[in-house]
Design a protein around this ligand. Structure first.
Ligand code: PLP
Length: 394
């Protein structure tokens, strides 16, 4: 089934699937085969000439279960093609390596996932790509564009401050200078944002998060126009960061319930953000669907929901944040987000620990910051648990 006219819940279940499979199974078979033998030389030659459809000849170039995942994500995003990877970072790095050449310039919005930013600044620049990191606003992106800018990479909502840059405007200014726009839509999900409607050229996801959704598998994906995605796929076949068919199967299975899960996560996160916003121990809440968020107007225009992550800062700094996190009973203390289990973390003690207090201050990471990624538990149970933990602060 193609994407036309169907809701995202229907696409999550049926998108990219044939009406009836050749195997007559309702689920996609998990195909475990590292190589795919040919009948004879005539079949081999017909395949090489592109005259027949059959599995790729070798597992690093393709696999039927992986191809089914790619077709489903392409249908969800309403894009021509997708390519699945071993992790979100494999999708990001392979895409960037496939796109950029020495002497070219790329603009990254500063609040992108930390490892993406480190790859851009620490790695791409070593290979002669000029990189600018700018504020996550369309104005800052526009100011940074040059004749040799080939690519703008942005993310929304960002991590940890849930910023929502004006995507249509970023696309407009980038395209005006013939630069392509790559969006990391991991936090937005295809449920909350249809990036293709805003002219985005390539969408990447860490499927580890909402798409697979069960905190049990890592993966990534890039989608876009067929020619571009195939070129990235060629590079992937050389670099080798392919997704294992088991992981692809789990991701496919997870996607079936994507819309239900994200809808619940949107609702719970908004309720949590409102509860925290009204509490005297909390200095600031970062959630794009709250009136006070700097990008609230853009967020309500672009997004169907704010997603499952809420960040907030304690008046009492690191100590109060730690006491709160340790008093919570339901969420697990762990990095990641988007799965069925709620997870909580203190960015100063986890993703930004290595920077020390001064380094964190330079990046604007507050010491009292907590990031709460809601799962699909009962909303009232999660809120009660938070209320109790806040009460224990005294
Ligand atoms: N992009 C975003 C927004 C992320 O949050 C993450 C991981 O947390 C990644 C990319 C990387 O994904 P993975 O952990 O699957 O490599």
């Amino acid at each position: 089934m193609t994407g036309r006219g169907r809701g995202i819940g229907t696409l999550a279940v049926h998108g990219g699937e044939p009406a009836v499979r050749g195997s007559r199974t309702i689920t996609e078979p998990l195909v475990l085969s590292s190589t795919f033998p040919f009948e004879d030389t005539a079949e081999l030659e017909a395949f090489m000439r592109g005259e027949i459809e059959r599995p790729h000849e070798y597992g690093r170039y393709g696999n039927p279960t992986v191809a089914a995942l790619e077709a489903k994500v392409a249908a969800l995003e309403g894009m021509e093609a997708a390519r699945a990877f071993a992790s979100g970072m494999a999708a990001v790095t392979t895409t960037l390596l496939g796109f950029l050449r020495p002497g070219q310039h790329a603009v990254f919005t500063a609040d992108v996932y930390r490892k993406t930013r480190l790859f851009a600044v620490g790695f791409l620049s070593r290979y002669g790509v000029d990189v600018d990191l700018v504020e996550p606003t369309a104005e800052a992106v526009e100011d940074a564009l040059r004749d040799e800018t080939r690519l703008v990479f942005t993310e929304l909502p960002t991590n940890p401050y849930l910023r929502v840059p004006d995507l249509p405007r970023i696309v407009e200014v980038a395209h005006g200078r013939r630069a392509k726009v790559v969006l990391d839509a991991t936090f937005a999900t295809p449920v909350n944002l249809r990036a293709v409607d805003h002219g985005v050229d390539l969408v990447v996801h860490s499927t580890t998060k909402y798409l697979a959704g069960h905190n049990d598998v890592l993966g990534g994906v890039v989608c876009g126009k067929r020619g571009v995605v195939e070129a990235i796929g060629e590079l992937q076949g050389t670099l080798g960061a392919i997704v294992d068919p088991h992981a692809a199967y789990l991701t496919l299975r997870g996607i079936k319930t994507l819309e239900l899960r994200v809808r619940r996560q949107n609702e719970t996160a908004l309720a949590l953000a409102r509860l925290l916003d009204a509490h005297p121990a909390i200095a600031r809440v970062h959630y794009p669907m709250l009136d006070g968020h700097p990008d609230h107007a853009v967020a309500t225009r672009l997004l169907a929901g704010g997603g499952g992550v809420v960040s907030f800062e304690f008046e009492g700094g690191l100590r109060a944040a730690t006491r709160f996190v340790d008093a919570l009973e339901i969420p697990k203390l762990a990095p990641s987000l988007g799965g069925v289990e709620s997870l909580v973390e203190q960015p100063p003690l986890m993703s930004f620990f290595d920077l020390g207090p001064e380094g964190r201050a330079a990046l604007g990471i507050s010491e009292g910051l907590v990031r709460y990624a809601v799962g699909i538990e009962d909303t009232e149970d999660l809120l009660d648990d938070v209320r109790c933990a806040l009460d224990r602060l005294g």
